[in-house]
Ligand binder design. Structure first.
Ligand code: IFM
Length: 413
């Protein structure tokens, strides 16, 4: 039995678009149809109607916290028109959590945008940050008396990478220049949102809130070409040596730029009260050249990994979480794992995954890491973006025909 502090937050996370259903004013709603995705979000888990039932399950599993997100497109379906009905809905959702002694941790942006905002360029648009702040002001003013933990933006770099570098999420950009512009805009938007949220609490004489982002972090590991055979080509020793040096350098760069830089910038502006971390897996680095694109993006081509994998093929690598927690420790802020989880059809593997990660967390805490809590991704099976409904991340299984929920064994352990 691993022992954690009494005050530790335990729970699970969801995001609005992935579970609520019928988010027809969001950019993803329009895009998943236009892009011809095999599975579109549709009614998702019908969590918009069934949230009380879902929170009953979380409570019965002894959770004491729950992370959810607000769908901006529901709050502001048309530019400047705010829906009091939807604000009321989310207030009910938060109150339902609190009635069940579940601490609400509320995300304000989780990948999706209102369609009107997307049409204006989303975070590549000129007035992006003003629109974002105006929305946040509405939401935070309506909920501040009930919420202490805010996450402004979920996984900003994942959003930028998929939407502006790989070009596989809306708006399907493929430009490093644009990616940089959007990243800078997200940083600015967070800093201003941080200040705004604090000022709202101050004006109302409420205790200071805890505001952060959810930073996706990855363990970067050099791809070991073993006997120096990579892509079927036998390499000379010198070439192998150079390749190893290049991979090491690429790992160093990615760790700094992908994992740490965003957070560092926010800390420099005193705009984080804790560091929210989402961790799933490792990435095997194999830079084919010294150019910046290769150093930052090339991954191992052959399958050198012997590790067990989730159903999307991601390596299970719990020691990566330990390493990351220790490297974030140097920022001297409390850490909070806002997502960690596995999609699998094998529930024993799910439990092995959770247990192995908890062991790593405990060991990091024993080495002085100040961790506020651990949230599993996800409470429910849900809509995994362009991958549809096939990946099963939930502690609770969802039957997408009947919407019946069944708690998995791994959730009870
Ligand atoms: O489902 C996603 C979530 O929206 C953000 N973090 C990673 C999860 C699993 O891919």
């Amino acid at each position: 039995m691993i022992q954690f502090p009494q005050s530790f937050f335990w729970g699970a996370a969801t995001s609005a678009y992935q579970v609520e259903g019928d988010n027809s004013n969001s950019d993803w709603w329009e895009w998943e149809k236009r892009a011809g995705l095999k599975e579109t979000s549709g009614r998702a888990c019908r969590h918009y109607e069934l949230y009380k039932e879902d929170f009953d399950l979380a409570r019965a599993l002894n959770h004491n916290a729950h992370r959810l997100s607000i769908e901006w497109a529901r709050i502001e379906p048309q530019e400047g028109q705010f829906s009091s009905k939807e604000l009321e809905h989310y207030r009910d959702v938060i109150l339902s959590l609190k009635e069940r002694n579940l601490e609400p941790i509320v995300t304000l942006h989780h990948f999706t945008n209102p369609l009107w905002f997307a049409r204006l360029g989303a975070f590549a648009g000129e007035k992006a940050e003003q629109y974002f702040l105006r929305y946040i002001e509405q939401v935070v003013s309506a909920l501040c008396d009930q919420v202490r933990f805010w996450v402004t933006i979920n996984e900003p770099m994942v959003y930028v990478y998929h939407a502006y570098i790989l070009g596989i999420w809306p708006p399907q950009g493929k430009s490093l220049r644009k990616a940089k512009f959007v990243t800078d805009n997200l940083i600015l938007s967070h800093i201003k949102a941080y200040r705004l949220i604090h000022s709202i609490y101050k004006k109302r004489n409420l205790p200071s809130p805890f505001v952060s982002i959810a930073k996706n972090a990855q363990a970067f590991v050099p791809c070991n070409a073993g006997s120096s055979v990579e892509n079927g080509i036998l390499r000379s020793d010198l070439k192998t040596l150079l390749m190893r040096q290049r991979n090491k350098f690429a790992v160093y760069l990615r760790d700094r730029l992908y994992n740490l830089e965003f957070v560092k910038k926010l800390i420099r502006h005193h705009a984080l009260d804790f560091i929210g971390i989402n961790y799933y897996s490792r990435s095997l680095v194999a830079a084919r050249a010294w150019g910046i694109r290769s150093l930052l993006l090339d991954v191992c081509q052959g399958n050198h990994s012997q590790l067990k994998k989730n159903s999307l093929g991601w390596d299970i690598y719990p020691q990566g979480l330990h390493h990351l927690l220790l490297s974030f420790k140097k920022f001297h802020l409390p850490l909070f794992i806002l997502e960690n989880g596995i999609c699998t059809e094998d529930d024993n593997l799910r439990w092995d995954y959770i247990r192995a990660h908890l062991q790593q967390i405990k060991s990091a805490m024993d080495q002085g890491v100040n961790l506020l809590g651990y949230l599993y991704w996800s409470l429910l099976d849900n809509y995994e973006w362009d991958k549809g409904f096939t990946p099963r991340f939930g502690l609770v299984e969802v039957d997408y025909h009947t919407y019946k929920r069944s708690v998995r064994e791994s959730a009870r352990k």
